[in-house]
Design a protein around this ligand. Structure first.
Ligand code: B16
Ligand code: MG
Length: 219
């Protein structure tokens, strides 16, 4: 039976991808690196340190570890500053409605995000009260496609993975959900999340009614 829901943050609750893009673009321009939206797509759902390595590989750059950390920190400072402008108007359409509905029906709800800034994002959105457990980039060391962040969340909720549905917008996020034996809902195009148990183009379509209709034997 489904008792809990675990949500990714960027691309599911809110679209911070655009802010990550602007911050990586500023850093890349300063470094003389090529960075565009196509490359930004490859960073969806992966950690900050993995992200900078993808950008460096793409540019044929190699640097010592201390410099890599310094540059990733510069990007993060730009990103965190830009979060100040985020408001409760910045939920992806349908996300707040779904979270409200889950609360009113008494489901357990957790966050399972790769971001180390998830708490700040949730505060800006005024979304903290929707979550019983917050799993973020500080909770586990192995990032998606490893299932660790979702296992952390289900464990803290006191639920087995097969009692939980994971919402994810990233290919590696769905891989992680499957690796952990969670049910999965993909948000986005077929080529990205077509391997989820069920897929919606946007969160607006992913209502509790639709989700229950798909997983009807589990409710
Ligand atoms: P930070 P999610 C992910 O969020 C983003 O999709 C990814 O682009 C970012 O690199 C990662 O968080 C780490 O974020 O630099 O804030 O720690 O989709 O897992 O909610
Ligand atoms: Mg995401």
């Amino acid at each position: 039976m489904i008792k809990g829901f675990i949500f990714d943050l960027d691309g599911v609750i809110t679209d911070t991808a655009e802010l990550h893009y602007a911050a990586w673009k500023k850093l890349s321009d300063e470094q003389g690196w090529h960075f565009d939206r196509e490359l930004n797509e490859k960073l969806r759902g992966i950690s900050r340190m993995d992200s900078i390595k993808v950008i460096m590989d793409h540019n044929g750059v190699s640097l010592d570890d201390a410099t890599i950390v310094e540059l990733a920190t510069m990007k993060n400072d730009i990103y965190v500053d830009s979060l100040d402008d985020m408001t409760p108007e910045d939920y992806l359409p349908g996300a707040r409605e779904l979270l409200t509905h889950l609360r009113s029906e008494g489901f357990s709800v957790a966050l399972g995000s790769a971001s180390k800034n998830a708490n700040k994002v949730l505060k800006q959105l005024n979304a903290v009260h929707f979550f019983d457990v917050i799993g973020d980039g500080n909770s586990v060391s192995k990032s998606k496609p490893a299932p660790d962040i979702f296992l952390f969340a289900s464990d803290k909720l006191g639920l087995r993975p097969d009692n939980c549905i994971v919402f994810e917008d990233a290919e590696k996020g769905i891989d992680a959900a499957k690796a952990g034996n969670f049910h999965s809902v993909g948000i986005g195009p077929e080529e990205r999340v077509g391997h989820a148990d069920i897929r919606f183009d946007t969160m607006k379509q992913a209502t509790l009614f639709e989700v229950k209709s798909h997983f009807k034997d589990l409710f």
